[in-house]
Design a protein around this ligand. Structure first.
Ligand SMILES: [Zn+2]
Length: 186
């Protein structure tokens, strides 16, 4: 804990050392990911304070939209889309994510019909945690694409959704290419 306090105390000096500023900015992108400590979105994308609007959740899970009881995640997404009017949302999964693997094993991720999913043979087999993590990431993107605030902005092409997959061991990042139906290097 003391390390965190010490770092917070010298934060202003670190900002200055890295040439970062705190001027008011409007984020153009939202980043939704697992809360896992190995994944650090701002470090991965090297953004300035104010550039990236983040949502970190358990396993990066995005609940399906429920008008009866909007979740904290739903309110965060709607704020980004309706108020901040971000132009891009990145849903980023990661390797060795126990939550994603467990969710896929439990059959919690039901593929939607509106997006090109990986070929059938790419459906994760038991023990293939990378395929499970990537499948889980696409399932969250699918849930996101069903939000009432998201649907019209996808239709008028003012919003783009992206699925990324981060390897916590190598630091490499892949992006899902719908036409190739696979995750390829950025
Ligand atoms: Zn995770």
């Amino acid at each position: 804990m003391q390390y965190l306090i010490d770092q917070a105390r010298v934060f202003r000096a670190r900002l200055a050392a890295h040439g970062l500023d705190l001027s008011d900015r409007r984020p153009h992108a939202m980043f939704i990911s697992c809360s896992d400590a190995q994944l650090v979105p701002a470090l991965l994308t090297v953004v300035q304070p104010g550039d990236l609007f983040e949502l970190r959740t358990y396993g990066g899970q995005i609940p399906h939209h429920d008008t009866g009881a909007p979740s904290g995640e739903a309110r965060t997404i709607e704020y980004a889309v309706d108020e901040l009017k971000v132009s891009d949302i990145i849903v980023c999964g990661h390797s060795r994510c126990d939550v994603a693997s467990a969710a896929v094993r439990a059959g919690a991720d039901v593929p939607g019909t509106d997006m090109p999913w990986p070929d059938e043979q790419a459906v994760p087999l038991p023990g293939d945690d990378t395929a499970a993590g990537q499948w889980h990431t696409l399932a969250q993107l699918d849930a996101l694409s069903g939000y009432p605030s998201v649907i019209p902005r996808l239709a008028d092409r003012s919003l783009r959704l992206h699925a990324w997959f981060y390897d916590v061991d190598t630091g490499t990042c892949l992006q899902y290419h719908p036409r190739a139906r696979s995750f390829l290097p950025l």
